[in-house]
Ligand binder design. Sequence first.
Ligand SMILES: Cc1ncc(COP(=O)(O)O)c(CN[C@H](C(=O)O)[C@H](C)O)c1O
Length: 347
Amino acid sequence: PLPDRIDLRSDTVTLPSPAMRAAMSAAALGDDVYGEDPTVNELERLAAERVGKEAAVLVVSGTMGNLAAMLAHCQRGQRVILGNESHIYHYEAGGASALGGLIYHPLSTDPNGCIDLAELAEAATTIDDAHFAPPGVICLENTHNRRGGVVLTPDYLAQVRRIANDHSLPVHLDGARIFNAAVALGVPVTDLTRHVDTVMFCLSKGLSAPVGSLVAGPADVIARVRRVRKMLGGGMRQAGVIAAAGIVALTEMVDRLAEDHTNARLLAAGLAELPGIQIDLSKVQTNIVRFTFVHPRLSVEAFLAALRKRGILMGSMSNTSIRAVTHYGIEAAHIEQVVSAAAEILA
Ligand SMILES: Cc1ncc(COP(=O)(O)O)c(CN[C@H](C(=O)O)[C@H](C)O)c1O
């Protein structure tokens, strides 16, 4: 983040660490379309190993990773079963439908980011009748962005897995922030990823790499993801320049996510005391603070504008809710500055 701004809009704004910049300039390179970039190959190997899958492929963005995974799992005309508050459904430009000919089948999402299991079992059922589009994949999201970064538990994932097995369906996990979930739970990330077939996770968010996400899964499925990536124009050449940062992200930047979670709790505790702000502190489980804003004098936009004038950025989620996201580069001192600025504005 720029020194004169405290940017809490997202963890996508993170800048690469000095170690990343050094690794990027020193990276061994080759043409990755030929499979000859040694740094990309090392990142993909490391990523697959870390999440306990056979293979992984580097993609440009989380959106591309989710789309390529859905297209690798499904045939045209099949349904993507997902949460009605999911990122895939809200923020990925309808790609699975527009480019893949897939149908979104959104299901309601509870405050913990979970799809109702009974509804899921029904949606996962293939009806042998020409009227009905058959299901193709179940998509989950962990942590859950629009529910405020809440963590889906291994137990819940295991229950979804059982339903998927009953209906012979693959499960794709939008794990953009899966390492935040593992660190918040204090468990190895494989306790979460073992229940799903494919997992997409972002290097470019809390892990602070400048670019890149990975899709990991069974070797045959990842081979299909790689083909879709090429079809989408995502085949890269000397991508070791960005993969080098990704290796640093995976090897040096996971444990520190706990600091972002501490700072999020500090921010939530400070904001919760202020007029016009309601926060369910039990839902502040990782690096996202989502709060309701209904103030006698100020709208969400007016509050955000007043913060911006003080060099503080947050994101509006609706005309009554705001999101703030902590990340590498945001320290406790910044949080104190934000809370006192908000107190002044809302007084
Ligand atoms: C759960 C999840 N899955 C996928 C993505 C997409 O990743 P990118 O395409 O931005 O790399 C995001 C990005 N989320 C971004 C953010 O939170 O600021 C915006 C909303 O797109 C995400 O939060």
